[in-house]
Design a protein around this ligand. Structure first.
Ligand code: S3P
Length: 452
């Protein structure tokens, strides 16, 4: 299959499989949560007073918001692990024709569209050619229904689009997808405009926007079919400590499982929000002992240590059938499929149509990456079937420039003899810039091969 992200150039990764006698470091702290980082930057930019953010994710998908917000008049200073956000005193700049390019980040683009619509900011939101292929009607249609004048400047339903006028009125919208980015865009539009909006959604996908807005005093109620947000003045957000990203932690946990380790692995201060930990629940179903310790609430989010114990020799196959479970591990589906290759029997991931619209068509990229290791994976409609217990081997593995596919391939390649080459694997920097460094801290042999 062809890659859809065609702007950046990426290096390959060389991975040599090793059976580690013991981890050189049993405790690790991974990068800040990507989704929470997007939300805190945007809400900080639209809330009076400085917001000091600790442990912001520095992947390219988040970094792209920094020049974007600066173009809107926000002053952003970055010192070590602290990012200070100073919104302009008279609100974000609104200038006809101002073009904001969000690169390849769909979350940054969709959330920004919602917030700017709510604040009545006139701007053009665009992305690179990969992002221009992603569906934006999930956000454009409900924003129009609420009264925003959004004009498509290219292919209908896609970027670039112009927020040309209109405004958000009180109203009710019905989302056609489970996407958390879509719901968050509408919540941010209601937040920016101070309007009352009822959102009917298909399932409760990651709820960080709800938690953050509630944390600054916005009234959001659960309804039988979704949520209702009521306009109101936010409290300032002087400080936010971003928890570690459970989706990043998942690669280290998976490497532990692929190695069938007998010792414990501890990942510290990870976000353990129930809408994000589906992958860890799935591992428990397969028979792997996982527990959470020292769980506390910080800024409205549950945070704690994740401890993974001895991996049994036989793993039970699994089925992912319901929307809630699927969305609670939507970014970990390639990893879940990789785990299924170790299970005794056939596993299945049903109803995964939203994976067609990720950085790649992830049904195809997951199948093709795993097949390159020698596994047997089939796509049936919008489902993936994985046939376990087939011995895998090293090889030349495509990543399709999709960070989730590349990191899954690295974690897997570490566990069997021989050297694998993960083509254009350095795309991991989209979401987890210190991924290879942490893998090396673990004792794994993962290196970048620079292209001349
Ligand atoms: C995200 C939501 C998810 C996820 C993406 C980030 C977010 O996508 O795949 O990496 O920050 O809201 P959906 O919008 O499909 O839920």
């Amino acid at each position: 299959m062809s890659s859809i992200n065609n702007l950046s150039s990426y290096d390959d990764l060389l991975v040599s499989g090793t059976q580690l006698p013991s981890f050189s470091q049993g405790k690790l702290r991974v990068t800040g949560d990507k989704s929470i980082s997007h939300r805190v930057l945007l809400v900080g930019a639209a809330t009076p007073g400085i917001t000091q953010i600790h442990h912001l994710n520095h992947g390219s998908a988040v970094k792209v918001l920094i020049p974007t917000l600066q173009a809107l008049g926000v002053n952003i200073e970055q010192k070590d692990a602290v990012t200070n956000v100073y919104p302009p005193s008279n609100g974000l700049y609104s200038r006809k024709g101002l073009r904001l390019n969000l690169g390849a980040s769909s979350a940054a683009a969709r959330l920004l569209l919602g917030l700017l619509s709510g604040l009545g900011i006139n701007a053009i939101v665009d992305g690179d050619t990969s992002l221009q292929r992603q569906p934006m009607e999930w956000v454009i249609e409900p924003l129009r229904e609420l009264g925003v004048d959004i004009r498509e400047l290219g292919t209908p339903g896609h970027l670039p689009v112009e927020i040309a006028g209109g405004q958000v009125y009180d109203g009710k919208v019905h989302l056609s997808v489970g996407s958390a980015q879509a719901r968050s865009a509408i919540l941010l539009a209601a937040f920016g405009s101070g309007r009352n909006v009822e959102i009917k959604h298909l399932t409760l996908s990651r709820d960080h926007t709800i938690r953050l807005l509630r944390y600054i005093g916005i009234n959001i109620q659960n309804t039988p079919e979704g949520v209702r947000i009521c306009g109101g003045r936010p409290r300032p957000l002087p400080e936010y400590i971003v928890p570690s990203d459970p989706s990043a932690a998942a690669y280290l946990v998976a490497a532990h499982v692929f190695q069938r380790r007998k010792d414990e692995l501890v990942l510290e201060n990870v976000g353990v929000n129930p809408t994000r930990i589906g992958f860890f629940n799935l591992l428990k179903e397969c028979g792997i002992p996982i527990r959470y310790e020292n769980v506390y609430e910080a800024f409205g989010e549950p945070v704690g240590n994740i401890i993974i114990g001895e991996v049994p020799n036989k793993l039970k196959p699994f089925q992912i059938k319901d929307d809630y479970s699927f969305h609670s591990m939507i970014d970990e589906i390639p990893l879940a499929a990789a785990i299924a290759t170790l299970c005794s029997g056939q596993s299945a991931i049903y109803g995964a149509a939203e994976l067609l619209f990720k950085e790649t068509n992830r049904l195809i990229s997951t199948r093709d990456m795993l097949s390159a290791f020698g596994s047997h994976v089939e796509i049936v409609g919008d489902s993936l079937l994985i046939f376990g217990d087939i011995p895998l081997k090293h090889g030349i593995i495509p990543s399709f420039r999709d960070h989730r596919i590349a990191m899954t391939a690295v974690a897997l390649a570490c566990s069997f003899p021989g050297r694998s080459r993960i083509l254009e694997g350095s795309c991991y920097k989209t979401s987890f810039p210190d991924f290879t460094e942490l893998m090396r801290c673990f004792g794994f042999d993962v290196y970048t091969q620079n292209h001349q």
